[in-house]
Design a protein around this ligand. Structure first.
Ligand code: SF4
Length: 571
């Protein structure tokens, strides 16, 4: 029987008072902490007789080291960083400034270069970065302010008093596979906070609890996610210049699927390449990791990589739906930032700058709440107002209908995108609707048995070990490690559905959409279909796709014991 990870009951937990707890030490959380520190410094300089302390401000980060779980393409639009730390370019780890872009439409063997780069994909002035290194640097700035960053601590539960969020419980450590306490057991802490800020990144687990508890998604468009699968390559000199950016659309995806690829030239002949597949594809057998392997076999890409070596691998989901899918971002005792809220511009494939800006605005609101001694919904709704009057809204409003325009396939999407470009984002109607990703998934009985036009995307990649890789080989390059003897952090609420229904109806898509081989259907003669779900949670790279894309919505991702997960060094 599978035992799932949850906080133990009936345990005495250390209690810690806090002014502000920020859950998640990514770009949003770190920018929030840094801005809060700046505001406290300004206050203290002006008010020698009423000094504020940073002692009770905490950032919780589930990775063992700052930045270890951070993965993105990544291109940084510097707008918010220039507001947060003017002149940051002088000291931040930036690989190269973008000086050249191109966009291609690919067919299986051919390519068509766009004569001009569409405005949303013009990246001159942006920077190629490793998000991992960038966040490490940002985190070191936060630590230098005196704010405590607890690494290796995940937020496992929100604490409530009625409708008010009153704090965060961190994960229990030292629990074995059967749910028993080991000799190194340490209960999680209860951080009783005036303000709780959720900056957990995509599909945050506490954010999900909060949204469900207060029905915050009511009236919003369903959030659709993409899964980005990335490899870092070292290639012979002269292939992709530092600061060169290539985007592709088309092959290997078909016109039924949404997605595209990036290739970014970094320094020292390191190339970041990856493929984003929107998790609203129809065929449950489609495998996004295989999509990347197929993409690399295109003659244009294979030529760039020939003689090179893959050095890192990772995968992550991110929110695609934009403005109409963002829930209320502030309430009684809480705020939500960055990818956790859905602040991402899917047309530009960029969200880091929005995450940072949302962190800054939340810090200003938290500062006001702490100095006034009032963190009620009335005060914290100031964050909602700040977002709506900032350039976050200006930017997202112009693309408010963008991804929804692709609801009926690639060509309809291109048509809608064209009209939206000339109507300030409106398009043919004020608000486009969309279904959630899993609602797009078809049953096997509705699909051609051989996969039809999508046949090349289905099932696991085999890999030749040079240009293409199977999942386990790729996974090895993600540096993923977890404590093996702990309950599963992937909660399947009813495994009978997996064994009796899903295997027959959808062909167990968890085996395909998981980029880390966590889910396997193993032989079991006692099951109705001769197969049983089996999990390898230690492989998990925390992309959250299973929590998002399972057609029955019976999988919940919760943080494993703090410290476990991928090691996205240089990603
Ligand atoms: Fe992603 Fe879920 Fe697989 Fe973990 S188990 S890598 S969260 S799909």
């Amino acid at each position: 029987m599978l035992i799932f990870r949850k906080p133990l009951e009936g345990i005495d937990r250390p209690q810690m008072p806090a002014d502000v707890v920020i859950v998640g030490g990514g770009p949003a959380g770190m920018a929030c902490a840094l801005r809060l520190s700046q505001l406290i410094d300004e206050h203290n300089a002006k008010n020698p007789d009423s000094q504020l302390s940073k002692e009770n401000i905490y950032v919780l980060e589930k990775a063992r080291e700052i930045g270890q779980h951070c993965l993105s393409g990544a291109l940084l639009d510097p707008r918010s960083m220039r507001e947060l730390l003017p002149g940051f370019e002088k000291e931040a780890p930036l690989d190269a400034e973008v000086t050249k872009e191109s966009v291609y439409f690919l067919t299986e063997k051919g390519k068509l270069k766009f004569p001009i780069t569409p405005p949303p994909l013009r990246d001159h002035g942006n920077y190629v970065i490793s998000l991992n290194r960038f966040v490490k640097w940002l985190g070191s700035k936060v630590e230098a302010t005196g704010i405590t960053v607890f690494t290796g601590f995940a937020g496992s539960e929100l604490l409530f008093d009625g409708d008010r969020v009153t704090g965060v419980r961190t994960d229990d450590k030292g629990i074995d596979k059967e749910g028993h306490q080991k000799s190194n057991f340490e209960p999680g802490y209860d951080l009783n906070a005036k303000v709780v800020i959720l900056a957990e990144g995509t599909r945050g687990s506490l954010t999900k609890q909060l949204i469900a508890k207060f029905d915050l998604a009511k009236g919003c468009n369903p959030q659709v996610y993409g899964q980005g699968v990335k490899e870092l390559w070292e290639v012979p000199g002269g292939r992709v210049a530092p600061g060169e950016v290539i985007y592709t659309m088309g092959w290997p995806l078909t016109t039924k699927d949404y997605g595209g690829a990036w290739i970014y030239g970094g320094k020292d002949n390191v190339v970041s390449l990856g493929f984003v597949t929107a998790l609203d594809y129809p065929d449950p057998r489609l495998d996004p990791q295989r999509v990347l392997q197929d993409f690399k076999q295109h003659p244009m890409v294979a030529k760039l990589l020939a003689g090179g070596k893959m050095i890192r691998y990772g995968a992550k989901s991110f929110p695609y739906s934009g403005w109409w899918a963002i829930p209320p971002v502030a309430g009684n005792g809480w705020m939500i930032l960055g990818d956790a809220a859905g602040f991402l511009n899917s047309q530009r494939l960029k969200g880091i700058h929005l995450a940072i800006k949302s962190g800054m605005l939340a810090a200003e609101t938290a500062f006001e709440a702490v100095t006034k001694g009032d963190s009620s919904a009335k005060t914290l709704s100031g964050f909602q107002k700040k977002v709506e009057s900032s350039w976050i809204k200006d930017e997202l409003w112009k693309v408010r209908n963008f991804h929804q325009g692709f609801e009926h396939g690639f060509w309809a999407g291109m048509f809608n995108a064209g009209i939206q470009q000339f109507t300030g984002g409106r398009g043919l109607r004020a608000r486009y609707t969309n279904r959630s990703g899993p609602e797009h998934m078809k049953r096997l009985a509705e699909l051609p048995a051989d996969g039809g036009a999508e046949a090349h995307l289905l099932g696991p990649a085999k890999g030749d070990g040079k240009l293409t890789f199977d999942k386990l080989t790729d996974l090895y390059h993600s540096g993923t490690k977890h404590e093996e003897d702990q309950p599963s952090h992937l909660i399947i609420h009813d495994t009978n559905i997996c064994n009796a229904r899903c295997v027959k109806e959808f062909g167990s898509p968890c085996q395909s959409f998981c980029p880390a081989n966590v889910y396997e259907m193993v032989d079991d003669a006692e099951q109705p279909n001769g197969k049983r779900i089996s999990l390898n949670p230690s492989n998990c790279v925390h992309c959250k796709t299973c929590d998002i894309a399972d057609p029955y919505q019976i999988i919940t991702w919760v943080p494993p014991e703090g410290g476990g997960g991928p090691n996205y060094d240089g990603m």
